[in-house]
Design a protein around this ligand. Structure first.
Ligand SMILES: CC(C)(COP(=O)(O)OP(=O)(O)OC[C@H]1O[C@@H](n2cnc3c(N)ncnc32)[C@H](O)[C@@H]1OP(=O)(O)O)[C@@H](O)C(=O)NCCC(=O)NCCS
Length: 219
């Protein structure tokens, strides 16, 4: 499953809203991604499965209805080759496996969202997305990255902790659907030598684990 990470475009909104709905079913309606794209403070990226076009996805969805398991076997035939880049694309044809975004306000990048389609989880894609967010934020001279995450969301918290986020606060009853508390997590200065050294170690480990080339920063 070769994977390509690039900036989000308006043609991606339908798929991104779909992933948002799958990942956050209680948070309906999803964020207005059209507004987000027009917001100069907001920066969104998507990862595309280069092994699959939307046309193939339509075929696979049909197969999944009729022949259970065949589609997942087809998926496993793709190898993992993920990298960042900036090459020409045709958004309407690309199959998006996940997205992430942040707003940059006064050198603080606030991670607003990160989500991976269920079928693509635990394959290093969320981690790849977080790496690209950190690189993009660093390229925009962000100092720290901060976010809120549900206290029950251990998968996301583990991901953030792995990349140096620590708990810096708690917002009681933050989530309106069930009044769940939010843990506030933040990095140290992402431009610091210690953070960058650890980030490089994590990138190398991720690259080795998933068999992908080292990363280029998105521009
Ligand atoms: C959180 C999320 C983005 C992780 O994406 P992913 O592609 O499945 O994660 P990865 O495969 O890259 O895993 C990276 C790290 O995340 C953590 N992690 C991921 N899934 C996990 C799970 N099910 N349980 C525990 N830790 C998990 C681990 O630390 C993992 O590192 P490791 O492989 O060294 O153990 C994904 O679960 C998701 O989309 N969840 C729904 C949306 C969401 O909750 N977003 C966060 C909002 S704050």
């Amino acid at each position: 499953m070769p994977c390509y990470v690039r900036l989000m475009h308006k043609e991606d909104i339908t798929q991104v809203a779909d992933i948002d709905h799958e990942a956050f079913p209680a948070m309906w309606p999803p964020a207005n991604y059209g507004d987000e794209l027009r917001n100069r403070l907001a920066h969104y990226i998507v990862a595309c499965d280069e092994g699959k076009t939307m046309a193939e996805f339509g075929l696979e969805a049909a197969l999944e209805k009729g022949i259970s398991g065949l589609a997942s076997k087809i998926r496993r035939l793709f190898n993992h080759n993920r990298f960042f880049g900036n090459e020409p694309y045709s958004s309407d044809r690309q199959y998006i496996s996940g997205f992430a975004g942040f707003r940059l306000i006064a050198e603080e990048a606030h991670l607003t969202n990160i989500a991976v389609r269920e079928a693509y989880r635990q394959q290093g894609i969320g981690e790849l997305r977080l790496i690209s967010v950190i690189d993009l934020a660093a390229g925009l001279n962000a100092g720290i990255i901060t976010l809120e995450v549900r206290v029950s969301n251990t998968a996301a918290q583990n991901l953030y902790r792995k990349y140096g986020f620590t708990q810096t606060g708690l917002r009681r009853g933050y989530y309106l659907d069930n009044r769940e508390d939010a843990v506030i997590m933040s990095t140290e200065n992402i431009a610091s030598a210690s953070f960058q050294a650890q980030l490089n170690r994590l990138k190398q480990a991720h690259s080795k684990k998933w068999g992908i080339p080292l990363y280029q920063v998105i521009r």
